[in-house]
Design a protein around this ligand. Structure first.
Ligand code: GDD
Ligand code: MN
Length: 363
């Protein structure tokens, strides 16, 4: 009979072929005498990462893997890895050797023996450090940490850390409320817990990456802001809808600017200028929604064109509904013009959002 390991390390990996074997070897040394397993969560790497994991697993049954296709994101990777294990203690760690595995025994002692719910590897307590990050990345990180303070009710020096360990019941208490967006699973977990967890912060030096490259891009920043928003207002209104509404508001502004230019600058007739303004607004809204609102379902190439067609069609139906509803309200129901106009606009916004997310940007 094989017993359940005490500790499960969940390691999200994307194109880390050169780091797998050295990482497992370093875990073997750092956690000597402990019972542990590691679950690599691979988002369809193209560099042979899975083969490298399989090679290590061939003579080490503690090594497991989840292969996800068409998925991205550290947060969801951690959640799925944690859920695939029965271990009473779960840790998150990067797969690029930047996290210091020699801190793991102290983390385990904290959550297993010292009564803490959560142990965090921190770069911002005495003895910790951010390694070779440049000034831009360092200041981005402190700005993001400050922003995190808004949604956290407890003081954490490094809520952006991807290196932490917790007791499984703590994870279970948070899991149904997680936003699961983007990179910042620790922040998500702490903000999702019904009561503040007992936290121990352990310093570590963020190491320099030797093999492979960082996956941080502009999308990570967008995902982070969405996570903060979701934690603030997500229980009232979905953040994606807020983005969609924000883009729609920009569209109205663009419409008025183009209409004005058509009429005054280019001497167009009203219906011509209005048609041009509408086209600009629809194409602009579509492009912005495709880049920001539905970033992870972004349409490219030929599908970008067919997407524009369905989006235009859906928006036209929305516009017709808008006019009908507000006319009924204004005419038969004797509403004020602004009430009727506003309700009509909100209705078409909800319609456009619901239908375009199901059709244009369907999963
Ligand atoms: N499965 C999966 N899917 N893994 C991913 C993905 C993804 O979409 N994106 C990145 N990874 C893996 C990488 O292969 C690596 O093992 C780990 O996640 C961290 O990715 P990096 O791209 O190396 O992140 P970083 O070094 O810039 O960011 C670090 O700092 C953040 C704090 O500012 C990480 O430690 C983060 O966890 C941490 O939050
Ligand atoms: Mn890294």
């Amino acid at each position: 009979m094989i017993a359940i390991p005490q500790l499960c390390l969940v390691i999200p990996v994307l194109n880390e072929v050169g780091n797998i074997a050295p990482l497992v070897a370093s875990l073997d040394v750092a956690l000597a005498g402990e019972s542990w397993e590691v679950i690599f969560v691979d988002d369809d790497s193209r560099d042979g990462t899975r083969e490298a994991i399989a090679a290590v697993a061939a003579d080490d049954p503690r090594v497991r893997m989840i292969h996800r296709i068409g998925r991205r994101g550290l947060s969801s990777a951690f959640i799925e890895g944690a859920q695939a294990s029965f271990a009473p203690f779960v840790a998150a760690m990067d797969g690029d050797l930047q996290h210091d595995e020699t801190v793991l025994p102290a983390m385990l002692a904290a959550v297993r023996d010292e009564g803490f719910d959560l142990a965090i590897g921190s770069r911002y307590v005495a003895g910790g450090g951010i390694g070779d990050w440049d000034a831009t990345r360092a200041s981005m990180s402190s700005l993001a940490t400050w922003l995190a303070g808004i949604v956290l009710r407890t003081k954490v020096s490094d809520p952006m850390s991807g290196f932490f360990m917790l007791r499984r019941p703590v994870f279970e208490r948070a899991v149904r409320r997680l936003s699961a967006m983007g990179f910042k699973i620790l922040l998500d977990i702490i903000a999702s817990l019904p009561e503040a967890p007992r936290i121990k912060e352990l310093p570590f030096q963020f190491r320099t990456r030797v093999s492979g490259e960082s996956k941080l891009d502009a999308g990570v920043l967008r995902d982070y802001l969405l996570l903060i928003l979701d934690k603030l207002v997500g229980h009232i209104v979905p953040v994606r809808f807020l983005l969609f509404a924000g883009v729609g508001t920009l569209g109205i502004a663009a419409h008025l600017v183009v209409l004005n230019a058509g009429l005054r600058l280019f001497g167009m007739g009203f219906s011509g200028a209005q048609a041009l303004a509408t086209a600009v607004a629809v194409v602009g809204n579509y492009t912005l929604n495709n880049t920001f609102t539905f970033r992870e379902r972004r349409l490219k190439g030929r599908r970008f064109v067919t997407g524009l067609l369905t989006f235009s069609l859906i928006s036209s139906v929305g516009a017709v509904m808008n006019v009908n509803v507000s006319s009924v309200l204004f005419g038969d129901a004797h509403s004020t013009w602004y009430y009727a106009g506003f309700l009509g606009a909100v209705m078409s916004l909800v319609w456009n959002y619901a239908v375009s997310s199901a059709v244009t940007w369907r999963r």
